[in-house]
Design a protein. Sequence first.
Length: 155
Amino acid sequence: MRVSIAAVGRLSRSPETELVGDYLKRAGASGKALGLTPVDLIEVEARKPGKPAEAEALAAAIGDGAFIIACDERGKALTSRALADRMATLRDRGERRLVFVIGGADGLDPAFVDRAHDTLAFGPQTWPHALVRAMLAEQVYRAVTILAGSPYHRD
């Protein structure tokens, strides 16, 4: 199963950008044996301002047939192990592509969240978008290591 993170906006050179790249590279390498590869980042820019335009750009970049998990403050708060189990279940049932989606500065369009297959929250706090990308990339990597039986994750 191919795993992607789709996000509104492009990050400039920053520590968060380096973290995202490092974790996605690690997840892709570790996930090969598990059927979870490659892991990539899709960055989109909306042609107009606002959530609906961002949702349109995200939908166009993602395309059809992907299982979408929308990152949303009202989403499901999962443990790292539960996220790993969710990814394994999707892979095992034959999903070909899993996309985690991060909205713009004002979040995701509610209609986009409603169309998503699932949601994921990083708690009730508000996080900078660059940091959310890094946290999500780390959690994808952690999920892969959990499924691989690596000692990286400790319960």
